[in-house]
Design a protein around this ligand. Structure first.
Ligand code: SIN
Ligand code: MN
Length: 267
Protein backbone atom coordinates (compact mmCIF):
# COMPACT_ATOMS: atom_id res chain seq x y z
CA UNK A 1 0.00 0.00 0.00
CA UNK A 2 1.50 3.31 -1.11
CA UNK A 3 -1.55 5.52 -0.52
CA UNK A 4 -4.03 5.66 2.33
CA UNK A 5 -7.78 5.34 1.74
CA UNK A 6 -8.04 9.07 2.52
CA UNK A 7 -5.42 9.93 -0.12
CA UNK A 8 -7.22 7.84 -2.75
CA UNK A 9 -10.47 9.58 -1.88
CA UNK A 10 -8.82 13.03 -2.08
CA UNK A 11 -7.31 12.18 -5.45
CA UNK A 12 -10.62 11.00 -6.83
CA UNK A 13 -12.48 14.11 -5.61
CA UNK A 14 -9.90 16.84 -6.33
CA UNK A 15 -8.00 15.29 -9.25
CA UNK A 16 -4.56 15.66 -7.68
CA UNK A 17 -2.52 14.65 -4.67
CA UNK A 18 0.37 16.67 -3.24
CA UNK A 19 3.07 14.73 -1.41
CA UNK A 20 5.54 17.26 0.09
CA UNK A 21 9.19 16.18 0.60
CA UNK A 22 8.83 12.73 -0.94
CA UNK A 23 12.56 12.79 -1.81
CA UNK A 24 15.45 14.32 0.12
CA UNK A 25 17.47 17.24 -1.19
CA UNK A 26 20.47 14.92 -1.59
CA UNK A 27 18.41 12.70 -3.90
CA UNK A 28 17.47 15.76 -6.00
CA UNK A 29 20.94 17.34 -6.18
CA UNK A 30 22.49 15.09 -8.84
CA UNK A 31 19.31 15.40 -10.94
CA UNK A 32 19.57 19.21 -10.84
CA UNK A 33 23.17 19.10 -12.07
CA UNK A 34 22.41 16.50 -14.76
CA UNK A 35 19.45 18.61 -15.97
CA UNK A 36 21.73 21.59 -16.62
CA UNK A 37 24.17 19.32 -18.51
CA UNK A 38 21.32 17.99 -20.67
CA UNK A 39 19.98 21.51 -21.36
CA UNK A 40 23.49 22.47 -22.51
CA UNK A 41 23.53 19.72 -25.13
CA UNK A 42 22.59 20.25 -28.74
CA UNK A 43 20.07 17.44 -29.17
CA UNK A 44 16.60 17.17 -30.67
CA UNK A 45 15.00 16.17 -27.36
CA UNK A 46 15.79 19.61 -25.87
CA UNK A 47 13.19 22.26 -26.75
CA UNK A 48 14.00 25.92 -26.24
CA UNK A 49 11.96 29.02 -25.46
CA UNK A 50 11.77 31.69 -28.13
CA UNK A 51 14.69 33.37 -26.26
CA UNK A 52 16.85 30.24 -26.58
CA UNK A 53 16.59 29.33 -22.86
CA UNK A 54 15.75 25.65 -22.24
CA UNK A 55 12.01 24.89 -22.01
CA UNK A 56 11.89 21.11 -21.75
CA UNK A 57 14.07 18.05 -22.27
CA UNK A 58 12.26 14.89 -23.37
CA UNK A 59 13.10 11.25 -22.70
CA UNK A 60 16.11 11.82 -20.40
CA UNK A 61 15.36 8.48 -18.73
CA UNK A 62 16.55 6.83 -21.96
CA UNK A 63 19.95 8.57 -22.15
CA UNK A 64 20.88 9.59 -18.58
CA UNK A 65 21.49 7.12 -15.75
CA UNK A 66 20.26 9.38 -12.90
CA UNK A 67 17.00 10.00 -14.77
CA UNK A 68 16.67 6.29 -15.66
CA UNK A 69 16.60 5.63 -11.91
CA UNK A 70 14.07 8.41 -11.25
CA UNK A 71 11.86 7.11 -14.08
CA UNK A 72 11.60 3.73 -12.37
CA UNK A 73 11.52 4.94 -8.78
CA UNK A 74 9.17 2.95 -6.53
CA UNK A 75 7.97 6.12 -4.74
CA UNK A 76 6.56 7.27 -8.11
CA UNK A 77 5.68 4.02 -9.87
CA UNK A 78 4.07 2.49 -6.74
CA UNK A 79 1.27 5.00 -6.08
CA UNK A 80 0.39 5.45 -9.77
CA UNK A 81 0.24 1.68 -10.34
CA UNK A 82 -2.01 1.45 -7.30
CA UNK A 83 -4.38 4.17 -8.56
CA UNK A 84 -4.55 2.86 -12.13
CA UNK A 85 -4.93 -0.69 -10.87
CA UNK A 86 -2.47 -2.21 -13.32
CA UNK A 87 1.20 -2.16 -14.41
CA UNK A 88 2.32 1.06 -16.10
CA UNK A 89 4.67 2.06 -18.92
CA UNK A 90 6.26 5.45 -19.63
CA UNK A 91 4.23 7.39 -22.19
CA UNK A 92 6.27 10.59 -21.84
CA UNK A 93 9.10 11.89 -19.69
CA UNK A 94 10.18 15.53 -19.52
CA UNK A 95 12.30 17.89 -17.44
CA UNK A 96 10.58 21.27 -17.64
CA UNK A 97 12.95 24.12 -16.94
CA UNK A 98 10.77 27.22 -16.38
CA UNK A 99 14.13 28.98 -16.44
CA UNK A 100 14.87 31.98 -14.23
CA UNK A 101 13.78 35.20 -16.07
CA UNK A 102 13.07 33.33 -19.36
CA UNK A 103 10.66 30.51 -18.48
CA UNK A 104 7.54 31.07 -20.58
CA UNK A 105 3.84 30.34 -19.91
CA UNK A 106 2.15 26.93 -20.24
CA UNK A 107 -1.38 27.84 -21.28
CA UNK A 108 -4.50 26.31 -19.68
CA UNK A 109 -4.89 22.74 -20.92
CA UNK A 110 -5.65 19.10 -20.16
CA UNK A 111 -2.92 16.59 -20.96
CA UNK A 112 -5.27 13.77 -21.88
CA UNK A 113 -6.69 16.01 -24.61
CA UNK A 114 -3.30 15.80 -26.34
CA UNK A 115 -2.74 12.11 -25.59
CA UNK A 116 -6.17 11.29 -27.07
CA UNK A 117 -6.07 13.63 -30.10
CA UNK A 118 -2.41 13.26 -31.07
CA UNK A 119 -1.49 9.80 -29.78
CA UNK A 120 -4.79 7.86 -29.90
CA UNK A 121 -4.70 6.92 -26.21
CA UNK A 122 -8.00 5.06 -25.66
CA UNK A 123 -8.92 6.19 -22.10
CA UNK A 124 -7.69 8.72 -19.52
CA UNK A 125 -6.03 5.83 -17.67
CA UNK A 126 -2.69 7.63 -17.55
CA UNK A 127 -1.45 10.41 -15.33
CA UNK A 128 1.39 12.73 -14.59
CA UNK A 129 3.54 12.54 -11.54
CA UNK A 130 5.56 15.74 -11.06
CA UNK A 131 8.79 15.88 -9.07
CA UNK A 132 10.08 19.28 -7.93
CA UNK A 133 13.83 19.49 -8.62
CA UNK A 134 13.98 23.04 -7.24
CA UNK A 135 11.87 24.64 -4.56
CA UNK A 136 8.56 25.76 -6.09
CA UNK A 137 7.46 29.16 -4.79
CA UNK A 138 4.29 31.17 -5.43
CA UNK A 139 6.45 33.49 -7.59
CA UNK A 140 8.65 31.29 -9.81
CA UNK A 141 6.07 29.84 -12.18
CA UNK A 142 4.27 27.36 -9.94
CA UNK A 143 2.00 24.81 -11.55
CA UNK A 144 -1.69 25.82 -11.15
CA UNK A 145 -4.66 23.44 -11.09
CA UNK A 146 -8.42 23.82 -11.24
CA UNK A 147 -9.52 21.25 -8.64
CA UNK A 148 -12.30 18.84 -9.70
CA UNK A 149 -12.03 19.84 -13.38
CA UNK A 150 -11.02 16.24 -14.18
CA UNK A 151 -14.68 15.28 -13.74
CA UNK A 152 -15.64 17.21 -16.91
CA UNK A 153 -14.16 14.77 -19.44
CA UNK A 154 -12.24 16.00 -22.48
CA UNK A 155 -13.08 19.66 -23.04
CA UNK A 156 -13.09 21.42 -26.38
CA UNK A 157 -9.67 22.87 -27.15
CA UNK A 158 -7.88 24.82 -29.87
CA UNK A 159 -4.42 23.98 -31.19
CA UNK A 160 -2.22 26.94 -30.18
CA UNK A 161 0.88 27.11 -32.38
CA UNK A 162 1.65 30.78 -31.68
CA UNK A 163 1.94 31.64 -28.00
CA UNK A 164 5.06 29.66 -27.10
CA UNK A 165 7.63 27.54 -28.91
CA UNK A 166 5.62 24.41 -28.01
CA UNK A 167 2.30 23.51 -29.76
CA UNK A 168 -0.48 22.82 -27.26
CA UNK A 169 -4.24 22.06 -27.24
CA UNK A 170 -5.47 24.94 -25.06
CA UNK A 171 -8.78 25.92 -23.44
CA UNK A 172 -10.48 29.24 -24.02
CA UNK A 173 -11.05 31.96 -21.41
CA UNK A 174 -14.79 31.28 -21.03
CA UNK A 175 -14.17 27.59 -20.21
CA UNK A 176 -11.45 28.39 -17.68
CA UNK A 177 -13.61 31.09 -16.06
CA UNK A 178 -16.51 28.69 -15.74
CA UNK A 179 -14.39 25.88 -14.27
CA UNK A 180 -12.63 28.21 -11.82
CA UNK A 181 -16.00 29.47 -10.50
CA UNK A 182 -16.64 25.95 -9.29
CA UNK A 183 -13.23 24.59 -8.31
CA UNK A 184 -11.13 27.71 -7.69
CA UNK A 185 -7.42 27.61 -8.55
CA UNK A 186 -4.61 26.15 -6.44
CA UNK A 187 -0.84 26.21 -6.83
CA UNK A 188 0.87 23.68 -4.53
CA UNK A 189 4.29 24.95 -3.45
CA UNK A 190 7.05 23.28 -1.48
CA UNK A 191 10.67 22.19 -1.23
CA UNK A 192 12.68 20.28 -3.82
CA UNK A 193 11.74 16.62 -3.62
CA UNK A 194 8.00 17.28 -3.35
CA UNK A 195 5.70 15.33 -5.67
CA UNK A 196 2.27 15.93 -7.24
CA UNK A 197 0.19 13.25 -8.94
CA UNK A 198 -2.55 14.58 -11.18
CA UNK A 199 -5.32 13.14 -13.33
CA UNK A 200 -4.90 13.29 -17.12
CA UNK A 201 -8.04 15.44 -17.44
CA UNK A 202 -7.20 17.92 -14.67
CA UNK A 203 -7.01 21.45 -16.12
CA UNK A 204 -3.64 23.08 -15.40
CA UNK A 205 -1.25 25.85 -16.48
CA UNK A 206 1.73 27.83 -15.23
CA UNK A 207 2.69 31.50 -15.59
CA UNK A 208 6.07 32.76 -16.84
CA UNK A 209 8.99 32.86 -14.41
CA UNK A 210 10.35 36.40 -14.24
CA UNK A 211 12.27 35.79 -11.00
CA UNK A 212 15.96 34.89 -10.64
CA UNK A 213 14.90 31.55 -9.10
CA UNK A 214 14.98 28.36 -11.17
CA UNK A 215 11.90 26.09 -11.15
CA UNK A 216 12.70 22.74 -12.67
CA UNK A 217 10.01 20.04 -12.49
CA UNK A 218 10.27 16.50 -13.91
CA UNK A 219 7.07 14.93 -15.27
CA UNK A 220 6.64 11.22 -15.66
CA UNK A 221 3.54 10.39 -17.69
CA UNK A 222 2.63 6.86 -16.70
CA UNK A 223 -0.01 4.95 -18.66
CA UNK A 224 -1.76 1.66 -17.84
CA UNK A 225 -0.15 -0.95 -20.09
CA UNK A 226 -3.50 -2.11 -21.56
CA UNK A 227 -4.30 1.53 -22.45
CA UNK A 228 -1.27 2.07 -24.71
CA UNK A 229 -1.40 4.55 -27.57
CA UNK A 230 -2.59 3.60 -31.04
CA UNK A 231 -1.42 6.55 -33.20
CA UNK A 232 2.24 7.18 -33.89
CA UNK A 233 2.40 10.63 -35.44
CA UNK A 234 4.59 12.30 -32.79
CA UNK A 235 8.30 11.51 -32.43
CA UNK A 236 9.10 8.35 -30.47
CA UNK A 237 10.96 10.40 -27.85
CA UNK A 238 7.81 12.51 -27.20
CA UNK A 239 5.19 9.70 -27.22
CA UNK A 240 6.97 6.45 -26.45
CA UNK A 241 6.24 3.17 -28.24
CA UNK A 242 7.80 0.87 -25.64
CA UNK A 243 4.83 -0.47 -23.68
CA UNK A 244 6.89 -2.73 -21.41
CA UNK A 245 5.78 -2.51 -17.75
CA UNK A 246 8.26 -0.51 -15.67
CA UNK A 247 10.27 -2.62 -13.28
CA UNK A 248 10.93 -0.44 -10.20
CA UNK A 249 14.52 0.10 -9.03
CA UNK A 250 15.52 -0.09 -5.34
CA UNK A 251 14.19 2.65 -3.08
CA UNK A 252 17.75 3.90 -2.41
CA UNK A 253 18.72 4.03 -6.12
CA UNK A 254 19.20 7.83 -6.12
CA UNK A 255 21.22 7.75 -2.89
CA UNK A 256 23.43 5.07 -4.44
CA UNK A 257 23.82 7.29 -7.52
CA UNK A 258 24.91 10.20 -5.30
CA UNK A 259 27.46 7.98 -3.54
CA UNK A 260 28.80 6.74 -6.90
CA UNK A 261 29.06 10.30 -8.32
CA UNK A 262 30.40 12.44 -5.46
CA UNK A 263 31.40 15.34 -7.73
CA UNK A 264 27.86 15.75 -9.15
CA UNK A 265 26.21 15.11 -5.79
CA UNK A 266 28.25 17.79 -4.02
CA UNK A 267 28.09 20.59 -6.61
C1 SIN B 1 2.83 20.97 -18.50
O1 SIN B 1 1.68 21.27 -18.29
O2 SIN B 1 3.08 19.97 -19.19
C2 SIN B 1 3.96 21.73 -17.94
C3 SIN B 1 3.63 22.79 -17.00
C4 SIN B 1 4.84 23.30 -16.29
O3 SIN B 1 5.89 22.65 -16.24
O4 SIN B 1 4.74 24.37 -15.70
MN1 MN C 1 0.39 19.59 -19.06
Amino acid sequence: MFLTAQQREDFDREGYLFLPSCFSDREMQALRVEAETIYGQDREEVWREKTGAPRTAFAAHTYNEAYRRLGAHPRLIGPVTELLGEAVYMHQFKINAKAAFDGDVWQWHQDYGTWARDDGMPEPRAMNIAVFLDEVLPINGALMFIPRSHKRGVLEAGHDLQTTSYPLWTLDKATVTDLAKEGGIVAPTGPAGSVIMFHGNLVHASPPNITPYQRKIVYLTLCAVSNHITKFQRAEWIAHRDFTPIEPVADDALMTYAAEHPAVAAE
